[in-house]
Design a binder for this molecule. Structure first.
Ligand code: 9G3
Length: 541
């Protein structure tokens, strides 16, 4: 491609509203332009990277036995009424009316659509399992779009859905997709971790998020410094270690009050679905609401502005106690105002109906739950997520199949998403330096960027054209054929970040050019005759 024909509106200055490196550089290097908050155009260079990421995704989906289709973005409200989700989602679900006044949603996701598509087709166990996917624009009216493509209101997603006649088949498919996702993000050059995650509102049990490590990431992951263990902070299990104590259990509310933060038992109050919940936990720890929600198998949980004495309420409140309280002997039960409600409290003896579980947040330095290594925290960008949904949508939408015994059963589903446009930003976030973007070879907009130093010099122009024609047969080549000063062209080449830059300068008439490795900055002079060998060597190292 000739740069004189491409729309690459580079900027000298950082855009004021760019809060992170990827947003800054993608705008400055002319890869994206904002049309409205959270809504972007992918300019030619940006769209070439999108297509390279999509090509990797399609290749791995194909190898994993998934079949591509394309569903509409306009979804009739009726489908979302069938699952009840029309009213579950608020303003985040983009809604519109057609000319007849009928309600539609702009697709935020496609569980309803795909289930309505297959429910009449996949009606026999003989037609299962099947995994279908699409790559399509999604719409979610985020309250606060930010960080460029990282949190947009219109974005590109690969979403796959699998259909099964039994749980084992879903488990098998889940593993296949898990491995395919690892291949995809590795091939995209991302430093990522698959993490144990919470299935959130979508329901179902197993779910993993694929997190690209980046300071700007909105999620915190807890990972072991010596094993593959990694979990979304809210899902990381705390390893409980019994502490032997020969201290005698003293009678409740009698004798001296034992001081000290480590003997303090704190109280948290919650509403989970329509249940009042009281959670006891050791001072110095923090309640993990997702763990409380999951222990109660509740759909939603929120803090409850309440105060009271757990000893005085038995039936109207569910009483939970964090496992760490098993190591608190003769503790003090303190309320929010620090008043001592009871002392010499030994939870298992004095509150026998309290349900003991792992209910607190993990902390840096804790032992890894798999027993290998120590927990560290990192920020991550969620670029993918895979779920086992189960029969939630089949039940709601009557998607059934006849099993081997001719009995009608609901179809079991899995769903698997990748944020394509978010992956572009995550790669930019992990691959840049002070001069600009530094694209991995696998997704670079062009592999080779030819830059003649002096556009008016005939020898340099001729050699650049010859190189461009010759190399274009085997590589994606960008030729900077603009009549610009050398300094401008070099600075923009660094900003755009193609892996290999070929500079055609004074020694052109001697048949000599210069190769520059954008990542290392290493430059080497080489004869035109050796340039193909040099490129092959560079691409295979
Ligand atoms: C909505 C809106 C936002 C949403 C959803 C629905 C997230 C919604 C969860 C998923 C689950 C999986 C298939 C691909 C992988 C993720 N945000 N989710 O269902 F209406 Cl406004 O999308 N879907």
């Amino acid at each position: 491609m000739r740069q004189s024909q491409m729309l690459v509106p580079t900027l000298k200055e950082n855009p004021a509203d760019a809060e992170c490196a990827s947003h800054r550089y993608l705008v400055r290097a002319g890869f994206i332009r904002q049309t409205a908050a959270g809504i972007y155009s992918y300019l030619p260079l940006g769209y070439r990277v999108i297509r390279k990421i999509e090509a990797i995704v399609r290749d791995e989906m194909e190898k994993a036995g998934c079949v591509e289709l394309l569903m509409p973005a306009m979804q009739p409200a009726e489908l979302w009424h069938e699952t009840g989700r029309w009213h579950v989602y608020g303003p985040e679900l983009m809604r519109l009316k057609d000319r007849h006044g009928r309600d539609f949603a702009l697709g935020a996701t496609h569980e309803e659509l795909i289930t309505s598509l297959v429910r009449d087709e996949l009606n026999s166990y003989k037609k299962l399992p099947m995994t279908l996917y699409q790559i399509q624009t999604k719409y979610r009216d985020e309250r606060r779009p930010r960080f460029g493509l990282l949190r947009g209101r219109e974005f590109i997603m690969k979403d796959a859905y699998s259909f099964h006649s039994n749980p084992e088949s879903l488990d098998e498919r889940y593993q296949i997709m898990y491995e395919a996702y690892k291949n995809i993000f590795s091939r995209c050059g991302l430093d990522f971790r698959p993490v144990i995650a919470d299935s959130g509102a979508i329901g179902g049990k197993d779910t993993h998020e694929f997190m690209a490590l980046a300071e700007v990431g909105e999620d915190t992951i807890a990972y072991s410094d010596s094993s593959d263990y990694a979990a979304n902070i809210e899902m990381a299990a705390v390893l409980f270690k019994e502490e032997k104590s020969d201290e005698a259990l003293l009678p409740l509310d009698t004798g001296d009050v034992k001081a000290g933060e480590e003997n303090s038992i704190k109280i948290g109050w919650y509403r989970a679905d329509d249940t009042n919940v009281c959670v006891l936990y050791r001072a110095g720890n923090e309640i993990n609401e997702v763990k409380v929600k999951n222990v109660l198998d509740a759909a939603m949980i929120e803090e409850w502005a309440h105060d009271g004495d757990p000893f005085e309420m038995k039936d109207s409140v569910v009483l939970l106690a964090d496992q760490a309280l098993k190591n608190v002997v003769n503790g003090r039960l303190d309320n929010k105002n620090g008043e001592v409600l009871h002392y010499n409290v030994n939870v298992e003896r004095d509150l026998p109906h309290a349900r003991i579980a792992d209910l607190c947040m993990i902390k840096e330095g804790d032992p890894s739950p798999d027993g290998v290594g120590t927990i560290r925290f990192a920020r991550g960008i969620e670029v993918g997520q895979i779920f086992k949904i189960g029969t939630k949508y089949a039940d709601a939408m009557g998607a059934n199949f006849l099993d081997e015994n001719g009995k009608s059963q609901p179809i079991i589903m899995g769903c698997y998403g990748i944020g394509i446009s978010r992956t572009l930003s995550a790669i930019a976030e992990q691959h840049h330096d002070e001069f600009g973007l530094v694209w991995p070879k696998s997704v670079a907009p062009f592999t080779v960027h030819i830059v003649p130093v002096n556009a008016k010099n005939e020898a340099q122009k001729l050699l650049s054209e010859q190189l461009y024609e010759h190399l274009s047969r085997d590589y994606d080549v960008l030729l900077d054929d603009r009549d610009e000063r050398a300094g401008v062209k070099f600075a923009e080449a660094d900003l755009i970040g193609c892996p290999i830059r070929i500079t055609v300068g004074k020694k052109a008439q001697e048949g000599l050019i210069e190769l520059k490795d954008r990542r290392t900055g290493e430059q080497r002079e080489c004869a035109v005759s050796e340039v193909e060998e040099a490129i092959r060597e560079f691409l295979n190292k």
